[in-house]
Structure formats: C-alpha cells, structure tokens
Design a protein around this ligand. Sequence first.
Ligand code: FES
Length: 233
Amino acid sequence: MLLELRIDRANARYCARTLAGDGAGTEIWTLLKAHGPQRTTVEVRFYLPERRPDRLAALGEKYRSSHACLWDQDEAMMMRREALSARERTRRKASAAPLALGALCQLRERLPLLIDVDEEPFRLLELEDGALVAHGTICPHWLGPLENAVPENGKLRCPWHGYLFDVRTGMSADGRGYRLAPAPMVVVDPLTSEVTLNARADCRLERRGEHAIVSPRSPGPRHRERRPAPEPR
Ligand code: FES
C-alpha cells in the first residue's frame, strides 16, 4: 500500500490519499476548526472509489465508526497529557519522611496499591517471585497510563504504543531508551515484617512537552493513596 499525506496548515486541514494497494483511490480529508484553546471541531470526509450504493453505505459506516473511535481515543490521550502537564506545573516541594505501609501480611491483601509520592503516581505490587516493587504509572513516552498494565516476566507494556519497561528498575526493556519515574524503594524489616516506602533521593521525573525526563531532585516523599484511574475509551 502506498499512502500520501498532504498537509494544508494555513487552512487547518490535511488529506490522506491511498495511491496504490488496497483501497487505491480513497481520499480522507480532515478539516479542523478551532473555537478556543480547549475546543476544536473536527470534520472528516471520506471519498471512496466505489459506485454501488449498498457497498458504499457499508464502507462509509465502517470508516465513520473507526474514525470516531480513533478520535475519541486521541481526545482521551490528549486530555490525560494536558492534566498531567498541568499537575506538573503546580507540583509542590517534596518532604522527607519514609512512608509506613504496615505489616507485610496486611499489605499483601491491598495489592496492587496505587499511591502518590511527591505527587508522582506509583503502583506497588508483588511479582511472581514474591518481590515487592513500586513502579511509576506514567509512561515517559507520551504520558500513557501504566496503572492497569499487567507485568509479564517482570516487564510492563504501555497500552498506548506498546513500549516496554522493566518493572523492577523502571528502565526501558525494548531499547528505546525511556525510563519510568524513579520509584521509591520498598523496604521490609526482617524482624518485624513492617514495610516502608523510601523515596529515592537522587533523581526525579520532569515533563517537557509530551515527554518525560529524569533529572536530579531534592529528597523526600510526600504521599497519598488514590483510586485507579478510569480506563481510557
Ligand atoms: S505513551 Fe506509552 S508507549 Fe507511548
């Protein structure tokens, strides 16, 4: 399949044409009209190389429903990114005390546990080998959600674009070079089995535009538990 994309920035519109392969001759025009900083009308027009009315109606409905779904997903992604970026702008200064999570046996019943440390969201969970780990729940790529990602063989896959992360270290597991927010360390007292969460003092996550980077930070956690975020549509 050969596609051509033409962008008319001056008129806020673009056209995707299928030049060869399945659907050759199809044109999809997307027209945008801004009504303010938070509001845009999106009109999508489909031009299909098909003359039979019944076939055209069926194809048209397929295009319409798939594009409606894609635009809804895009909107959910953009709203999440905007909310996270706004939160970053108002983030408060970090405090310093470790967080006591109680006895290990009681904590296990609450896992996986979502928790905010210094206003950065983390998830605490138990891996297959019994290790307790915390990991950042915001993908550093485009700030996708990781709080419901199921770890497989110690790796988390972002539901938005499929990037992989090592749940123990937060490092990229697919060679893309991204890294999750430095997670607090989970410490289990060998004598009392009391669990504490200790913030890492060496670095923090910063968001720049649509991405996130790790940089030096001041030490200390400030925390609150929270409920899971709703699934994006
Ligand atoms: S937002 Fe996670 S892979 Fe793109």
